[in-house]
Structure formats: structure tokens, C-alpha cells
Design a protein around this ligand. Sequence first.
Ligand code: COA
Ligand code: MG
Length: 292
Amino acid sequence: MRSLLFVPADSAKMLDKAMMCGADALIVDLEDSIAPDGKTRARQSAAAFLKTAHRVASRPYILVRVNGLRTGLTDADLDAVVSASPDAIMLPKAEGGASVVHADAKLAVREARSDLPEGHVKILPIATETAGALFLAGTFAGASARLIGLTWGAEDLSADLGAQANRDEHGRFLDPYRLARTLCLAGAAAAQVPAIDTVYVDFRDADGFRAECEEGLRDGFSGKMAIHPAQVPIINEVFTPNTEAIARAQAIVDAFAKNPDVGVVGIGGVMYDRPHLARAQQLLTRAASTRK
Ligand code: COA
Ligand code: MG
């Protein structure tokens, strides 16, 4: 999954528009973009949207962002949406693998009630939204077969840390958030799931957004979350391997296939060893999955 677009669950108009915008996934939001007294209506709107979306032949993957486990709202969120069969829930303010185990159990109960196979609804945690969560970023491995990735957030974390800003005057994340970003990458790799980069809220700044997508790709993220449809094509372009990158990766894989007994090969005057082979294979897998 390259692009995951947030859409407030209470906006039928935005939900319709989002279906057509080319995003690989939509995140129907019941959390931060919904005011406290709008939750009930938003849940109903999310469930109605899911039912309609299931009738669309070629639709994006659909996640519902529920409210965090400490809010007391998660059960009512799940009661409203699980029977409408979302592909996944996004779990905000996750605190390590234990919170995924907790959400897994809540989902299993609703799946049983709704006649859905156990494990049908997957989980994408936001792994860095509280200070405590940072210390648990390495605990997601093996928590649940529902885990499809890890993502990270800087807005709630800055509130929890009592910070005045999370980016510098050039729009670059400050140290505490670069740490959170790195912990998300490492936590995801340790759990053998994709890492998804966080949102860029300045949605009119296409150049800054593209630069941040390119940084994410360089550092190992598989995709990025969006808050506005204009961000989607930029994410899809940056996170789709281009023909040059595919050819380079294929040359490395071919060179090792021709010489299965060696640990290192030279191509065009550059040395490639086993980690380069692993990276080349990952890129080809990603290229194949985006061609589908
Ligand atoms: N999903 C689907 N459609 C969206 C959208 C989104 N996330 N964001 C904007 N649009 C639509 C608008 O409705 C508008 O449609 P129209 O041309 O038919 O009127 C069009 O795209 C252009 O929008 P624009 O005028 O540029 O922005 P806006 O002022 O309407 O909306 C936001 C700006 C920030 C309010 C809106 O992008 C948004 O709500 N984003 C998601 C926020 C969110 O979920 N946050 C929580 C996670 S951090
Ligand atoms: Mg938040």
C-alpha cells in the first residue's frame, strides 16, 4: 500500500470523492477529525459507506480509524463498523504489541457476532503517539496475525511531550519526531511488516510534500498517509518503483543467480553483496505488487 487517504467519517461528500481519487487505501476517521458529540453520527455514516463501497468492483482498501483504547469509545466504534466488514482498523495511540493483542480480542468477539471469519479485520497501529509508546515500538512482532504494518504520528506526540512545535522553520521534523519516525521504521522491520510514513498537514505545499515522500522512500517506508486528494498522485508516483530502479534491481538479482556460490558481485564497477541482493529483491516484490 502506497497511499492511504484520511477522510472524516461524517462527510458523505468527501467519502464519495475519496473513492475516485486513486488512493490505494482510505482511512475513514472516527477519531481526531470528529468532534466528541459527532461520534454517533460518524459511526453510522462509516458503516453506511462501507456497505456501499463493498458493491464497487474495483475499490480501494478501506480502514476505519477507531478511537484509542484509553478513550472508552473503542467498543462502540467497533460495534458500529465491524459488521460492515472493513478491511482493517487503524488503532491510534497504540502502546506496543499488548494494545494490538487487546484490539485483536475485541475484533474477534465482533467477528463472531457478525459471522465474519476470525482474523478478517486487520490492524494498522499508529505506534508513536504517546511518550510511553516510544519505549514499546519494538514489541509489535508476533502480537497478532492481523498486523499489516506500522505507522507513526507527530501531532499527538508533541502534545504529550508538551512541545510547542514538531517541525523547524523549514518544515523538517525536530529531533523527538525524527526519533519516533525511526522507531516506527525499526519496529516495523522487526515485526516484518511495512512502515507507512505520517501525514504532511500543509496540503497546498506540493514541493515540500514530494520531498518528504522521497525522504520516506529513501529511508525504507513503503507508503505515506495523505489528508487531501491532491497528495495522492504524488505518493503513488514516488512510491512506485520506476523502470530504472527495476532494471538496476533485476541486474543485481540476475548477477547473483548466475553466480549462486559467491557472496559478492561487481556490476558496472560497483560492488554488491548480500544486503544489496535482499534490497533488490524487496524492490522487485514491491514493483510486482503495484503492477496488479
Ligand atoms: N478526502 C476526500 N475529499 C477531500 C478531502 C479528503 N481528505 N480533502 C478535501 N477533499 C475534497 C473537498 O471536499 C473538495 O471537494 P469539492 O471540490 O467537491 O468541493 C476538494 O477535495 C478540494 O478541497 P479543498 O477546497 O482544497 O480543501 P478543503 O478546505 O475542502 O478541505 C481539509 C481541507 C483539511 C478540511 C480536508 O482536506 C480534510 O478534511 N482532510 C482530512 C482531515 C483528516 O481526516 N484529519 C485526520 C487525520 S490527520
Ligand atoms: Mg491524532
